[in-house]
Write a new protein. Sequence first.
Length: 248
Amino acid sequence: MFEVRELREIAEFEQVDALFEAIWRFGPAAPPVTVELMRALTHAGGYAAGAFDGERLVGASVGFLASGAALHSHVTGTVAPGAGHALKLHQRRWAGEHGLERVTWTYDPLVRRNAHFNLAKLGARPIAYLPDFYGVMADAINRGDESDRLLTEWPVAESAPPDAPPDGDRTGAVVALADEGGRPVTGSADADTVLVAVPADIERLRGADPGAAKSWRHAVRDVLGGLMAEGRAVTGFRGRTYYVVERA
């Protein structure tokens, strides 16, 4: 069980900075948030929270108020299983207590574990595909890839997080993008429900086979991004492999 609490002191922000560096290994590259910016954000009413296992910081999240009565979670990093879930629940409670209607964040659509966590576990929903959103990123995890992101929304009106949708088969679903031997293969999208695969481990693939990683990036951008641009909705993540996309 983690204790999640808001952070307000410089010493706490320095712990967050060290945690994020240990996760992403920015080196000389600029981190997504600095100690000074965390101080300014929280002073101006923004959000910074840490998940603690005893006295040890094992996760942290920093966000800011956004248009449309939202808390935008800018960056979250954890080093302990379950800490991310605890932080997300804290974000949602905090947003509700501050009169906000939703929590939003972006994530890499190619990272399977994040897609499963966001869609199947939390019940959040992607609302926009953002190609190369951050431009070139030089940290150890994202280096060498384009920074496509899914903008994701999680309502806070309910008294408890909504139940995630069922993760089973959809009758009549067709595979619009498949994983065949580690490579993306496009298929038909002519159905009310289509499935879009993502690679098993894009972070490993970036180092082991950059060409395959690039193929996946562009295939998911074209297929998933294209379907969303047509007005179709991403409604789940099936079998820890496929985005489920349905006609509105």
